[in-house]
Design a protein around this ligand. Structure first.
Ligand code: 5AD
Ligand code: SF4
Length: 473
């Protein structure tokens, strides 16, 4: 089994052919069904919502194999890390965890340890695991999640380390079992992979080519969720606005949103949008459907057109702002963003343009990052000529501004009433928590019979990162 080793390969991961995407259906073989009897698994997930949802699929398979989940790593027979490559610190966290697992395994050599997710697709990571982390039983990538049952079975029979990572454009796999974390909100994949190749980003190499799920499969999944009582779906993709381009002539995210709206699921979100593929029709569809929430995550990355060009973002500051203005014209919309500081060659002038853009857009909130060079990406070959101190200062200054506008955006909500999906009890006694349509966290005074319901909440206090409120009729 160890002989079938497949290690990642960036040349292959970069290929984008015109070949048709393979659609296939997952099937659990009977021989795997009993593997988990009397065994527990511990799964740790890093990274984005895509990865969280992949973990829901991993859990779905493990449950079907009769494993029980445990929150306590010390208690597990099988430890699985679903990893992220996006920045250096995601790496460090996963390797730190492997260090802890090593000690556990010294005490109990029977534990099976595996690593999957985006880091598994990285050449350097797999090399390191083969050299320094020999106790890891197996590694599998983002393209063969469905190999988990087979790999697990093999690892019980063969102690040799097995690396099974495919650097392919990718298939679309339907019907993988799923064990959802949240009983009211569900993630639904609509498109996998990414063809944008932003120069700083590792995702096109770890997640394969852009490939849409068939609309019928998506709509049926949402219908089932409605049937099961779900209140909210989040449509997932590295770039959801590219939905359909690889599959249909005249069916895009706009049409998909309209069709999903008809299922009458109370709330529809979608992440993440790339400004490049955002059409006017999509803006109007958001404006005109009550259950398509007025919330758009629209990463800008930089306010300098010169840096945007170096990043390979395919839009300018001006064209971003044009789209931004169109979206802002939707009543009560919330727009959030991602910004990277310290991209190679970013001058004070470039950074000032980012601050200017933030002052113009007044984002409802933003994720901000220091640029992190990623293995094999074009940007990692550019001279990283900004000191860490400078990068940290820029991040600090940017965050101050972002927080100011988050607070302003929250302050505007004071004394007004919004609909909130109550998800559970808050850590504060007698309080519940939930999210507004614009994805703001609200701590709400109320009783537990409201959990799982969409209720009207009057906002009584506004902070930078959350709101307080009380339920009104
Ligand atoms: N360094 C820093 N931030 C990055 N992001 C993606 N790649 C990098 C990188 N190499 C950020 C972008 C993206 C978000 C998910 O992570 O802002 O939108
Ligand atoms: Fe991390 Fe990107 Fe992979 Fe998500 S797709 S897990 S953010 S590297």
């Amino acid at each position: 089994m160890g002989d079938s080793m497949q290690i990642p390969n960036y040349e292959k991961a970069r290929v984008r052919s015109k070949d048709k995407v393979l659609f296939r259906n997952f099937k659990m073989l009977d021989e795997y069904l009993n593997i988990g009897i009397d065994k527990k698994f511990f799964l740790k997930t890093y990274g984005c919502q895509m990865n969280e949802h992949d973990s829901e699929n991993l859990k779905g398979m493990l449950k079907l194999m009769n494993f029980q989940e445990t929150e306590d790593m010390n208690d597990a027979d099988f430890i699985l890390l679903n990893t992220c490559s996006i920045r250096e610190n995601a790496h460090n966290k996963a390797f730190g965890m492997l260090g802890r697992i090593k000690h556990l395994k010294e005490k109990n050599p029977n534990i099976i340890v595996a690593l999957c997710g985006c880091m598994a697709q990285e050449v350097g990571v797999v090399e390191e695991i083969r050299k320094k982390y020999k106790f890891v039983n197996f590694v599998f990538g983002t393209h063969n999640l469905d190999d988990l049952p087979k790999l697990l079975k093999n690892s019980f029979n063969d102690s040799k380390q097995n690396i099974e990572v495919k650097s392919i454009e990718g298939d679309v796999i339907e019907d993988i079992p799923v064990k959802r974390d949240n009983p009211y909100k569900a993630y639904v994949n609509i498109i996998y992979g990414c063809d944008k190749f932003c120069t700083y980003c590792i995702v096109p190499y770890t997640r394969g080519k852009q490939r849409s799920r068939k609309k019928e499969d998506i709509i049926n999944e949402v219908k089932e969720l409605v049937h099961d009582g779900y209140q909210e779906v989040t449509l997932l993709g590295q770039n959801v606005n590219a939905y359909g381009k690889d599959l249909y002539d005249n069916y895009s995210l706009a049409e998909l949103l309209e069709d999903i709206s008809k299922t009458n699921i109370p709330r529809i979100r979608f992440i993440t949008s790339h400004p490049w593929d955002f059409t006017d029709k999509m803006v109007e569809v958001i404006r005109n459907h009550d259950n398509i929430l007025n919330f758009v995550h629209l990463p800008v990355q930089s306010g300098s057109s010169r840096i945007l060009k170096l990043m390979g973002r395919k839009y300018t500051k001006e064209s971003y702002l044009e789209l931004y203005d169109k979206l802002r014209s939707i009543d009560n919309i919330s727009i959030t963003t991602d910004i990277i500081v310290g991209f190679p060659g970013e001058t004070d002038e470039d950074f000032k343009e980012t601050l200017d853009l933030v002052n113009y857009c007044k984002f409802d909130s933003a994720f901000t990052f220091i640029y992190s060079p990623r293995e094999n990406t074009p940007a990692s070959k550019l001279k990283d000529d900004i000191t860490l101190k400078e990068k940290e200062e820029r991040l600090y200054e940017l965050n101050e501004l972002i927080n100011k506008y988050s607070k302003e955006s929250n302050d505007k909500m004071l004394n007004n009433t919004y609909s909130v999906l109550i998800e559970g009890e808050s850590t504060k006694e007698g309080m519940l928590f939930g999210y507004t349509e614009t994805n703001k966290l609200v701590n709400v005074k109320g009783t537990i019979d409201n959990i799982g319901k969409i209720v009207n909440v009057k906002i009584t206090d506004a902070k930078s990162f959350s709101l307080d409120g009380e339920i009104v009729e």
